[in-house]
Write a protein that binds this ligand. Structure first.
Ligand code: MSP
Length: 511
């Protein structure tokens, strides 16, 4: 079964920031999970290269837009590789394949009689590439997101008849599965209830865009162009780029993961455009929250932007992934705090999971000839098997419903319970009396088996740590056995060799 997941296509006005890194890591984790449970995944990311914002950025740099886009697009692509992001498609909206799909799509919308020429007047935010709703109410005509002055526009544009789709969109957004989380759905329901207005889909006097066929000087509005990137991505870099081919290979997307600021485009404009063109709409739009730093909105002018690459080089991939996935509830705002980051990594990964594995493996090696002990004794002497089953069940439910933080916490809780079990049983005391040997074997076996399952469950969240756990247990993950089958209790082989333990994660220091 194919599963199609997308990140937003990021503007190339600047290199990746913590927000784009966050969305991409979330999508990566979901993509890895879906592959593990047997889906064929098309994980789409890419860049949004047209529009006024990018044209101006290039101009300020003194280079032509294409050169600028080539440079920043490469930075994005390489950056995701540095983070080990397992994307399958990377789309650039300045590619010729994408451009031809936009034109093809436009001709369909035109055929539906949904395009007309009109005059667009209003206050525009170049940062958002969006006309703002109600500028009369804003005191100083500034964008509330970018805190920059809005610009007055008054030009002849082509319009898309969004208003025609009022009732279809109402019906769609009221389906509970379409927009998540539900708080975001309510925002959109409220917006749509005010009545949808047609929106302009072309610009004049903007050369950096895709030319609209049969017009003198119109280029497509950057959002009309960019949203289609999700479809052109599917067949990018093949010689078969046509709407039909892309749709055949993987449309509709199963989920668009985006930030809450761009939900309207994805949950209202985009579905209406697709209905107009006679194309299926995506199955779900998931709007995540915004990240702040130490309680403050991040911004260049505030001088507090947190560079994700600094985090990567200082701490590595997995600590950052753990913080973003486990500590922030997907769909809600989150805060990055350095002290909390250090505490969480040290407590959860180093002290709880790392230490559990290390001490158990050391005991096992010492008492059982560098091996995993026998597990002849029936395991009803301990509770770990039932904890494990419960953990796996909850984790799968949570992952399936995109509650990644809860899935991560399921793993952590299991590790905490396993540590408690070990402390309660105190095998280091029992071993002093040789008549307890089979009880000790059973305890150590069960704890090692729990760490195997913990390692497997970490695979989509912390791939690097998970593979370190695997190595410490003697490389026991089985390529030929489906991942979910490996989550069954009791598969760790008795008498298999345990390598010399080394710490799987380093403790962090406060800054
Ligand atoms: N180019 C459009 C998307 C087009 S999709 C067809 C765009 N690009 S963006 O680069 O400006 O934003 C990308 C994503 O980053 C958005 O989902 C946005 O919500 C997210 N974030 C930007 N700042 C953020 C935080 N501080 N925190 C979390 N995510 C935020 O919009």
């Amino acid at each position: 079964m194919t599963f199609v997941i997308t990140t937003p296509l990021y503007y190339v006005n600047d290199k990746p920031h913590l927000g784009s890194t966050y969305t991409t890591i979330i999508c990566d984790s979901i993509a890895r999970y879906k592959r593990l449970i047997g889906h064929e995944v098309i994980f789409i990311t890419g860049v949004d290269e047209h529009g006024l914002k990018i044209q101006r950025t290039a101009l300020n740099k003194g280079v032509d837009p294409q050169t600028h886009c080539d440079e920043i697009s490469n930075i994005f692509k390489n950056n995701w590789k540095d983070w080990d992001i397992t994307f399958n498609k990377f789309v650039r909206t300045s590619s010729s394949e994408h451009e031809s799909i936009v034109r093809e799509f436009y001709s369909k919308v035109k055929k539906s009689d949904d395009i007309y020429m009109g005059v667009q007047k209003g206050w525009y935010c170049v940062g958002c590439e969006e006309f703002k709703d109600n500028p009369e109410n804003s005191q100083n005509f500034k964008c509330p997101i970018h805190l920059k002055n809005l610009e007055w526009k008054n030009e002849e544009n082509l319009f898309f008849r969004l208003s025609k789709y009022q009732s279809q969109i109402e019906k769609l957004i009221n389906e509970p599965s379409f927009i998540e989380p539900k708080e975001r759905r309510n925002e959109i329901i409220n917006f749509v209830s005010k009545g949808l207005k047609d929106f302009s889909i072309s610009r004049t006097n903007l050369s950096w865009g895709i030319a609209v066929p049969d017009t003198e000087n119109h280029t497509f509005y950057v959002w009309f162009d960019a949203l289609l990137g999700y479809i052109s991505a599917i067949n990018i870099n093949t010689n078969e780029s046509s709407l039909q081919e892309s749709i055949k290979k993987g449309w509709p997307a199963d989920i668009h993961i985006i930030g809450k600021d761009i939900l309207r485009f994805h949950a209202v404009y985009w579905p209406a455009m697709l209905i107009s063109a006679g194309i299926e709409i995506p199955k779900k739009v998931f709007g995540h929250g915004f990240l702040t730093r130490e309680g403050q909105k991040m911004g260049k002018s505030l001088g507090n932007v947190l560079d994700p690459n600094e985090l990567l080089s200082k701490y590595g991939k997995d600590p950052v992934r753990w913080y973003l996935i486990k500590d922030i509830s997907l769909g809600y705002d989150g805060d990055f705090q350095n002290k909390r980051f250090v505490d969480i990594i040290n407590n959860d990964l180093a002290n709880t999971i790392g230490n559990l594995l290390n001490r158990t493996s050391s005991m096992s090696r010492k008492w059982f000839d560098n091996k995993v002990p026998n597990n002849k004794k029936s395991s009803n002497t301990n509770k770990l098997e039932s904890y494990s089953k419960e953990t796996v069940k909850n984790y799968i439910n949570h992952f399936d419903s995109y509650k990644l933080d809860l899935a991560a916490n399921d793993i952590l809780d299991f590790a905490i319970k396993t540590n408690l079990f070990l402390n309660e049983k105190a095998p280091w005391i029992l071993i002093k009396d040789q008549s307890n040997i089979s009880t000790v074997e059973d305890i150590i076996y069960s704890v090692l088996e729990s760490t195997r399952i913990i390692g497997l469950l970490l695979l989509p969240i912390l791939p690097e740590l998970s593979s370190k756990i695997d190595i410490q247990l003697g490389s026991i993950y089985m390529k030929e056995v489906p991942w979910n089958d490996q989550l069954n209790w009791g598969l760790l082989k008795a008498d298999s060799i345990l390598p010399t333990p080394t710490p799987i994660i380093n403790k962090l220091e406060y800054e």
